[in-house]
Design a binder for this molecule. Structure first.
Ligand code: FPP
Length: 255
């Protein structure tokens, strides 16, 4: 178990933080600005979350940048977001690499413009050998899609006779999901006031601590990110066991 370094807080550090970055549009509207200004400010907040997780020694950070449902937004907003993602990948890729961060993108990326797909692939290739923070951007992602694609892969193994249907268990399915090589998220954060999981990592969030805040994403800066991590440190995770079984020791285990 990692313990937090420094600061007044104590208790376990989340190994994996997953965030729904909500509230960009409302942040912009409150300032009389166009929605794309909110997304631009949101990109700055994403950078702050990456910096805090890297600074604290969190192993993995997963950001929900674009859901499979976000394709229903107006064309103009989608085009703006695509341009913003590409610029962020191209501008931040080297900085991410210099900080030993590995970047990956999960989701139905073949739905994105080809140039954006190329930027995703280039940033992944540049950072593939890095063993610091494992940064995942979920784009065109949906939790139900993830479970479906894992199920299809297992079904193919069964159809090829490489696996018996009776041998399919939770571990089999889990190993074919996106993020199978990472610990499941310990801490889920959603900004913007809604208290929903919105088809994010449905399987992977089974035992995750959920942190909701009214703060709009562009206002979720370094200090509030640290606050969410401190909040996690105070949680007591039981994983189905009783408090008595767990004894006095606060904390958790993935075992
Ligand atoms: C939700 O706010 C936000 C999005 C759909 C886009 C998220 C994108 C970013 C934070 C920018 C860049 C990110 C990376 C990783 C480079 P909303 O538009 O639904 O806000 P609203 O609920 O107030 O309308």
């Amino acid at each position: 178990m990692n313990e937090q370094q420094g600061g007044e807080q104590s208790g376990p550090l989340p190994r994996h933080v997953a965030i729904i970055m909500d509230g960009n549009g409302r942040w912009a509207r409150a300032r009389g600005r166009a929605r794309h200004r909110g997304h631009r400010a949101g990109a700055e907040a994403a950078r702050a979350a990456v910096e805090v997780c890297a600074e604290q020694g969190v192993e993995a950070l997963t950001l929900f940048a674009f859901s499979s449902e976000n394709w229903r937004r107006p064309d103009r907003e989608i085009r703006t977001l695509m341009a913003l993602f590409r610029r962020a990948l191209e501008r931040e890729g080297q900085r991410i690499h210099d900080n030993n961060i590995r970047l990956r993108v999960i989701g139905q990326r073949d739905q994105f413009p080809v140039r954006l797909q190329q930027s995703m692939a280039a940033a992944e290739a540049l950072t593939v050998g890095n063993n610091g923070l494992q940064l995942t951007v979920a784009a065109g992602y949906g939790g139900r899609w993830d479970i479906r694609q894992a199920t299809q892969r297992v079904a193919r193994l069964v159809a090829l006779g490489q696996m018996s249907p009776d041998a399919v268990d939770e571990t089999t399915l889990q190993s074919h999901l996106c993020l199978a090589d990472l610990p499941e998220p310990d801490l889920f954060v959603r900004t913007g006031g809604e208290q929903r999981v919105s088809n994010f990592l449905l399987w992977q969030l089974a035992y995750t601590e959920l942190y909701f805040t009214d703060t709009l994403w562009p206002d979720f800066g370094h200090e509030e990110c640290r606050e969410a991590i401190r909040w996690f440190g105070q949680r007591r995770r039981r994983f189905g066991q009783t408090t008595e079984q767990l004894g006095q020791a606060a904390g958790y285990s993935h075992a």
